[in-house]
Write a protein that binds this ligand. Sequence first.
Ligand code: GLY
Length: 399
Amino acid sequence: MKQLIALFITSLLLTGCRNKEYNPDTDLDYCVAQATKTISLAQDYNRMPNSVDAGKQDWRFTLPGSWTCGFWPGILWYIYEYSKDPQWLAKADSFTYPIIPAATGPARSHDVGFMAYCSIGNGYRLTGNPVYKQALIQAADSVARLFNPQVGTFLSWPNMVKKMDWPHNTIIDNMMNMELLFWASKNGGDQRLYDIAYKHAETTMNNHFRSDYSAYHVIVYNDSTGERIKGVTHQGYADETMWARGQAWAIYGFTMSYRETKDSRFLDVAQQTTDIFLKRLPVDMIPYWDFDAPGIPNEPRDASAAAITASALLELSVLTTDQAKMKVYRQAAEKILLTLSSDSYHSGNQNTSFLLHSVGHKPNNSEVDASIIYADYYYIEALLRLKKIQEGKSIYENL
Ligand code: GLY
């Protein structure tokens, strides 16, 4: 009953906001206030806030080199961008520098892109620091060694080759890391970086989707012939289900790839993957961790998938020339942000993160219904994108 009443109130709120412009400033100020509290708990620049377990207050920290290490510095860069306060610049620099050795050393997985681009990438965008530029090009060169020309994609998880007998495996998340390669090729790096990122997106477009454009999490390929062997899951409920964050990575990754290449096939994939995501969302616009999880509506939600998608949809809304679609994407993004910004999802006094209710790895029972740093990162990115759109500015300012 309680849930029904909550749903009814949310849908009233969502309907109510349709004609009103959602104002992201209050929520950006909230992010600054929460991050101010986190800064006082995170004094060691080599330990990045990573997650807070459900019902707890203490952060779990992570080290430079983990896939999530770049999100906290990235948040600090976004807060600096919003506040223009040099104290945030100093903090952002302090947490970004320790990531450079990990991002520029030999790539252990595709995650170098997340690690480097969210932290060092935002740092370069906002400061033009040549040390950051050099580090980004080195990071791109390093991760490029994981590209397999026979297959036409990056090997996402070298450690799964033997462990799972997945000779060449590519996960949908890997699309996100193409942004680093596209950027590097335009900023003094090799043209090959662009070519292999393009090829990766093309091969992924051909092999990673079911006929309804829901994404597989992992595609396993023969590493010498390039043959597609099978589609499986690692973090979703089952091989044939739609894992929410995987679908969000697809929407974001193909939107970004269209921006970088202007290949209209990538725009089409971004739109088709969006259509099914929006069609299957619950009324409050926050997905369950897997759209096909068997216990829905009693399954955990994933705020991170919602935040990633909100940010991607704002970009899609400025890239599409179709006025009707532009409106759909913008309104959907605003509705997602409205729910994420409600008391149900804001961490408030429960802990110092921005958002509650994300899921990291449900099959491993890890970070279930937790606050997770990448949900916060894409939430603040989306709020800033919306603010720029409302102010008539380019979302690519300083890019
Ligand atoms: N890239 C890992 C995840 O989305 O959990």
